[in-house]
Write a protein that binds this ligand. Structure first.
Ligand SMILES: [Zn+2]
Length: 70
């Protein structure tokens, strides 16, 4: 995974996954790393980047060894 996928439009400030803003045709540049927060306002973007809503994502998760399960 790339170190910095999240881009932020310099013109309107929207977060993007591409270098070009579809809202205002502005140019996006790498956004500052997001801090984790309990509210996680960017969770929907993070889920999009990681493909959480796509089929098969759950199979990519690590599983516990049988003896570690309670
Ligand atoms: Zn924009």
């Amino acid at each position: 995974m790339a170190r910095q996928l999240m881009q932020k439009c310099k013109k309107c400030g929207v977060y993007l996954l591409t270098r070009e803003c579809q809202d205002c045709d502005g140019i996006a540049q790498a956004a500052a790393p997001m801090k984790w927060s309990p509210e996680d306002k960017h969770a929907h973007i993070r889920r999009k980047i990681e493909g959480v809503e796509e089929d098969g994502w759950s199979e990519t998760l690590p599983t516990l060894a049988p003896k570690e399960e309670e």
